[in-house]
Design a protein around this ligand. Structure first.
Ligand code: CTP
Length: 434
């Protein structure tokens, strides 16, 4: 049944190393002992030919997934698995830390355009036939006699070599419009071009207004992956070519300007990551702000309402504050006043602002200063120390702490001693404490 019989063993050994190879061989052997056929499928096979490291592996199983996972647990030292009842899939962990998902080969039927498919068990060819693109519809046999043999019924390997992205059938995008955005990501990541037939299918899907049938949650999931891409500038150029701006913005953007802006945003994110490697950064928020910075808030309200965007109210606040920053930041003379303005923005908003106003050194420098030094600044004297000096606990103490912090930001105090003198000068502490 193989369309090709390329032996991939040397490539596998080179790309993945002997440990991963032996692990797959072990699984193939265990499956065979149980009379189950197992195949490596999907992205891992594609990435192998692209000479890219694939962190995740998907195994398609003709037979009982749970039985295979159980046998792997019993026979591979240190292996364990979780069975996901709802999907009939299993995640196998081994001591080497490879993530491996097992799923039963299945046939898919789409009851309506953009609806979730109905599935039933099938063989490996049916499982490959249900997939999105030819380059993702390849499988490697894992059984010992034919280990590493390629099943490539749609000539995915040839498409990969030619850099061609091709759907398997004419209804693919109508069945599942998320494939359009998946395709966009593949095309950008692997520098592939959508072949003319698939391009025509894309036009037809857009004419049928297929995205209107997709739930906001499913659309957002795909958009999030898109916004997190390192190659987002290139992906946006495809988004423009494929007439998909409407998914992200009320109106098409000037592609060169937006690409430059996004790239600067990515550079600011990298800068932040270098300084605060532990701090998670809301990359999607930075990118949304940059993509929406020139759109009236009312025009993007629909997206804001529909998509399950994390921290939506902060994002809205950022979108309101950022356009005024070139005016408000230079006008605020004291560092503490600037810090207060930055405090109103999220970290994502600040990074976006730094990308938006690269020619405004006052703004960029004060943003950097805020993130590096001011945001986490502790007052010179803490609450306990202030109480020891005679102040009473309560909201007024909180205010004193804020005042101290501001004085520190403005360079009026530099240590506990000058802080105490400053408090006396302000009349907050008596001049001659007992
Ligand atoms: N797939 C599909 N249609 C979808 C989603 C997934 O056909 N809407 C298939 C593809 O064949 C894909 C496989 O399921 O290769 C696994 O999907 P996923 O893990 O999301 O993607 P990968 O191809 O592994 O790619 P990535 O490198 O982005 O993880």
């Amino acid at each position: 049944m193989e369309a090709h019989s390329v032996n991939i063993l040397p490539l596998l050994k080179n790309q993945w190393g002997i440990t991963r190879l032996q692990y797959l061989q072990q699984i193939g052997k265990i499956a065979q002992q149980r009379g189950i056929a197992a195949y490596l499928v999907g992205g891992a096979v594609r990435d192998l030919f692209l000479q890219r490291y694939a962190p995740d592996m998907d195994i398609a199983v003709e037979g009982d997934v749970r039985a295979l996972a159980e046998a792997c647990k019993a026979q591979i030292p240190g292996a364990d698995y979780q069975y996901h009842e709802r999907f009939g899939t299993a995640t196998l962990q081994n001591p080497h830390g490879f993530a491996l998902d097992m799923a039963q080969c299945r046939l898919e039927h789409y009851p309506a355009p953009a609806a979730l498919p109905e599935v039933r068990p099938g063989d490996i060819l049916a499982d490959l036939a249900r997939r999105d693109f030819t380059v993702n519809a390849m499988a490697l046999r894992l059984d010992p006699e034919h280990f590493g043999k390629l099943l490539d019924p749609y000539a995915g390997q040839a498409d990969l070599q030619r850099g061609q992205l091709r759907t398997l059938h004419s209804r693919s995008f109508l069945d599942d419009p998320t494939r359009i955005l998946r395709g966009l990501r593949f095309a950008a990541r692997f520098q592939m071009a959508l072949v003319p037939e698939s391009r025509q299918q894309l036009r037809e899907a857009l004419q049928a207004d297929i995205f209107a049938r997709l739930s906001a949650a499913r659309l957002w999931r795909e958009l999030r992956y898109l916004l997190e891409l390192a190659v987002l500038p290139q992906a946006l150029s495809l988004l423009s070519d494929w007439n998909l701006w409407f998914l992200l913005r009320p109106a098409p953007a000037d592609i060169h300007a937006i690409q430059a802006l996004i790239q600067r945003g990515q550079e600011q994110i990298q800068w932040m990551q270098q300084h605060f490697p532990q701090e998670p950064i809301a990359v999607t928020t930075v990118m949304l702000i940059l993509l929406w910075q020139d759109s009236p808030l009312a025009d993007i309200q629909q997206h804001l309402d529909q998509w399950p965007i994390p921290d939506r109210s902060r994002l809205q606040a950022d979108l309101r504050i950022i356009p005024d920053l070139p005016k408000t930041i230079p006008q605020s003379i004291r560092p503490s006043q600037r810090a207060k303005i930055w405090q109103g923005c999220s970290v994502a908003g600040i990074l976006a602002a730094m990308a938006m106003y690269p020619d405004n050194p006052v703004l960029v420098d004060s943003a950097r200063l805020y993130l590096l030094k001011q945001k986490h600044l502790q007052p010179m004297l803490n609450g306990q120390e202030l109480q020891a000096l005679g102040l009473t606990a309560g909201p007024s103490l909180g205010n004193v702490l804020k005042l101290l912090r501001d004085a520190q930001l403005d360079g009026e105090i530099s240590d506990k001693e000058t802080a105490q003198q400053w408090l006396i000068k302000q009349g907050i502490l008596p001049a001659n404490p007992r």
